[in-house]
Design a protein. Structure first.
Lengths: 305, 338
């Protein structure tokens, strides 16, 4: 407690009436004047101070792109001088996730089941959940109790959540029976599981944030599990403000990030091949791919796996 | 498989585990089909949006109003006063709960010798007699009777308070809330004053007034309401609503919703453990369920690395249904041009 009190206290006490300067119609406090003065000083310094000496641009051949056999870099894709963080990130991105993998126009022919649709349905439902949640957030947590439009938006939010969780469950079951973690795809599986867990917690905090009977009862009944496991020392389900902030800020941000990461991993690693596939279909013996509908691929590389 | 072997084809099941892992992670060079990822995403979004609007239009969404202390006190004045008495006595569920609210041990859960909540200690200090009764009454406009009763109660010894409370319990047994009762000291005034305050709606506001103006924390009023559920169960005002809505723990209530709307069916496994001994009766039930779910969750997360479990999909031929076209064509999908 003493430590917390020390953190909250100030080295220089500003908790006293400020001095004010009055010139004509301008009235400004001393504190605000200091902030403005610092900004002006920064602006002047940024203009006037000499900049760092430039590094030699030798080898920085923007106009001479290096062609790559297995990727399609943009004209300057591989031409960054060594040592720049931006260039390193771009090279990594192009190496593991070239545009043909990120935005594919072909899939392996075994991707021929309705069960594959549930991944994209889950992402689409998440988009609707976020959109309807944003409307509820703009109007505030009590709006939907008093407005017919608000209640309808709440209904949209509820049903998109039910669809999201339902689609995700089907997707999860399908990926289990496909053993979709095969072929160095363990992280893809694990990120999907983390997304599912985050979604469960996100939905739970949504129920706590409804400000109705559900919120009361669920908060009361869940507190024992929270407290018993020690989580209650950090998160109190009966603290509506805390639940709401978790629901509309921290958890959705984490969920969207993990889902985005999961989708990028799928694009990077590709859709897992069938169990007991022919080795020659997996890059052993057959030089190039063919389309099952008779058309030739636009390039020799496989656009998406 | 037999057909493919008869055709002279090999498969990754003939490879060693490292070879198979490498092969299954290698670039697919088999047959392809045209695919437009953006078109697929756009169609999926439209389909889900239409489904969502249709479901919202057809079924709307639940919004059962919260139970207020005002409604409880109006509907069950005696039941309300009985709970207030347990708060004064220090025998209510909140008063005997333990961490993170106080130092009691009534609801302290252990996993073996370890109690995590005990280790972490009190984080939201709540003394129910003070928080739910004395402090709210102190906020009322003072009257001679109430001021005198509060002063007398505060200055009394624990044994004297206990005698008064015991006497007033007999008064409540008459199914009335009398303002005077022999041997009950100031308790009748405290009880009837708090009942009046609750029936006016002022107690609802007072229990969330932890700060000077803004408030977002409903821990106190929910714990107070919950004390009625813990002591009087289905007979309590809150309990009647809970039971009617099928939300009690042994009704698999965690995954249920009010009315006939779907709730959180994805919590079925979590809820199920509450129906299985020893969680049905153990004081440590919540902690056991959390521990079981933690282990299962880690298992799900680490599934790719758990021998036996990770091999289930290979042994159960459901994948042959998913990829039937690939297998039917001996590794090629129909129409393959290779």
């Amino acid at each position: 407690m003493t430590g917390e009190a020390n953190l909250a206290s100030a080295v220089i006490n500003l908790n006293h009436p400020d001095h004010y300067f009055h010139w004509g119609f301008v009235l400004i406090s001393e504190a605000n004047l200091v902030v403005v003065a610092i900004m002006l000083a920064l602006f002047v310094a940024a203009i006037a101070l000499p900049f760092m000496r430039p590094r030699p641009a030798t080898g920085h051949a923007l106009a001479a792109p290096a062609a790559s056999a297995d990727q399609e870099p943009p004209p300057d894709g591989d031409s960054e001088p060594p040592g720049t963080w931006t260039g390193a990130l771009r090279r990594i991105g192009l190496r593991y996730l070239p545009p043909s993998k990120l935005l594919p126009d072909a899939q392996p022919a075994y991707v021929a089941s309705w069960v594959y649709v549930f991944g994209v349905l889950t992402v689409a439902a998440l988009g609707i959940v976020v959109a309807t949640g944003l409307v509820l957030a703009v109007e505030g947590p009590a709006w939907w109790h008093t407005s017919d439009i608000g209640h309808f938006v709440n209904s949209l939010h509820l049903w998109s959540v039910e669809l999201f969780m339902g689609f995700m469950a089907v997707h999860l079951w399908a990926k289990f029976w496909m053993a979709a973690w095969r072929g160095n795809r363990s992280l893809t599986w694990m990120s999907g599981v983390v997304a599912f867990l985050l979604a469960v917690v996100e939905a739970f905090t949504g129920y706590l944030s409804q400000t109705n009977f559900d919120s009361q009862w669920i908060a009361f009944e869940s507190k024992d599990a929270f407290n018993g496991s020690g989580i209650g020392a950090l998160i109190d389900p009966m603290n509506f403000g805390q639940a709401l902030m978790l629901h509309i800020a921290l958890l959705p941000l984490a969920l969207v990030l993990v889902v985005a990461l999961h989708v990028l991993m799928v694009r990077m690693r590709g859709v897992v091949p069938p169990i007991d596939s022919r080795p020659e279909d997996l890059g052993e013996g057959v030089p190039s791919a063919r389309y099952t509908d008779g058309a030739s691929p636009a390039r020799e590389e496989v656009p998406s796996r | 498989m037999k057909r493919r072997q008869a055709m002279g084809h090999t498969s990754t099941d003939t490879l060693s585990a490292p070879q198979r892992r490498r092969a299954e992670g290698a670039t697919w060079v088999g047959p392809l089909r045209h695919y437009d990822i953006l078109k697929e995403a756009a169609i999926a979004t439209v389909v889900v949006a239409v489904l969502t609007v249709a479901l919202a239009f057809l079924f709307s969404s639940p919004d059962t109003p919260p139970v207020t202390i005002e409604a409880w006190a109006r509907a069950q004045p005696v039941g309300f006063s009985q709970i207030v008495l347990t708060e004064l006595e220090g025998t209510s569920a909140s008063a005997t709960y333990g961490p993170p609210y106080n130092h009691a041990t009534g609801d302290t859960q252990y996993l073996g010798p370890l109690s995590i909540e005990k280790v972490l200690g009190v984080h939201y200090p709540i003394n129910p007699a003070e928080s739910f009764v004395i402090q709210p009454l102190s906020a009322l406009p003072p009257t001679d009777a109430l001021s005198h009763a509060l002063a007398r109660y505060r200055s009394a010894s624990a044994s004297e308070r206990a005698r008064w409370e015991h006497a007033y319990a007999q008064a409540l047994a008459t199914h009335k809330v009398p303002s005077r009762w022999p041997g009950a000291g100031p308790v009748p005034v405290l009880e009837t004053s708090l009942l009046s305050m609750a029936r006016s709606g002022a107690l609802d506001a007072q229990l969330v007034a932890h700060a000077s103006f803004y408030t977002t924390n409903y821990t106190k009023p929910i714990l107070f309401l919950g004390d009625s559920w813990k002591a009087q169960r289905a007979k309590s005002y809150w309990g009647k609503v809970v039971t009617a809505e099928h939300l009690k723990s042994h009704q698999w209530g965690v995954m249920n919703e009010t009315g006939s709307w779907p709730g959180q069916p994805w919590l079925w496994l979590y809820t199920m453990w509450y129906q299985v001994p020893p969680m049905t009766t153990s004081i440590n039930g919540d902690l056991y369920v959390v521990a079981i779910m933690a282990v299962l969750t880690i298992g799900l997360l680490m599934l790719p690395f758990i021998p036996g479990l990770r091999d289930i999909p290979r042994k159960v031929p459901l994948h042959r249904l998913i990829w039937r076209q690939y297998y039917r064509d001996g590794g090629h999908t129909s129409g393959a041009t290779r």
